[in-house]
Design a protein. Structure first.
Length: 178
């Protein structure tokens, strides 16, 4: 057991309460992303977003080089690729993806609502940089279905946030769209 007296707060971390209605929200890739905690709130230790996603949403195989990723499914059903396994998870399921692990997911229900965390913080900053700020906490207008493969994101941006798209077929294709 660690010596709890030696544990000290990390500089920049703060205690806070944030309501979803007051959190910064973004539309990106047909998904609503609500940033509940970012690197400034936590001293970079972790981040948390709530996401509302439509049928078929989800990224192709990729890795996060320095962040562990967690999912808690509040509503809906999602099929996950993690490593070489494919499993489906529903409401009440918790999924942990260790850093540098090949993974992907696909929303199989009409919509899915999740809590999505990163340790240390990383992806919420990318969403804030690429997403369109919104006060509308609903799904963005429908977008044309994306072609199979990697989403078009600049390599320098991916490198900055420790993300790598894998150059391989997506075992979760075909993705279903609304």
């Amino acid at each position: 057991m660690p010596d709890l007296d030696k544990l000290k707060p990390i500089a920049g971390a703060a205690s806070f309460i944030r309501h979803v209605d007051d959190a910064p929200a973004y539309h990106m890739q047909g998904i609503l992303w609500i940033v509940l905690a970012d690197l400034e709130d936590t001293g970079g230790r972790w981040s948390m977003m709530e996401q509302l996603m439509p049928l078929g949403a989800g990224p192709p195989p990729h890795k996060h080089l320095w962040s562990d990723e967690t999912f808690y499914i509040l509503d809906g059903e999602i099929t996950f690729l993690h490593g070489d396994e494919i499993k489906t998870a529903g409401k009440g399921s918790f999924v942990n993806i260790a850093r540098n692990t090949r993974h992907a997911f696909r929303v199989d229900s009409e919509t899915a609502r999740i809590l999505n965390g990163y340790t240390p913080a990383s992806m919420e900053a990318m969403v804030a940089e690429l997403g369109k700020r919104t006060h509308d906490l609903t799904l963005p207008p429908s977008e044309p279905p994306r072609p199979p493969g990697k989403p078009g994101m600049p390599e320098d941006l991916l490198t900055r946030y420790g993300m790598v798209w894998l150059d391989e077929p997506d075992p979760l294709e075909p993705r279903r769209h609304r």
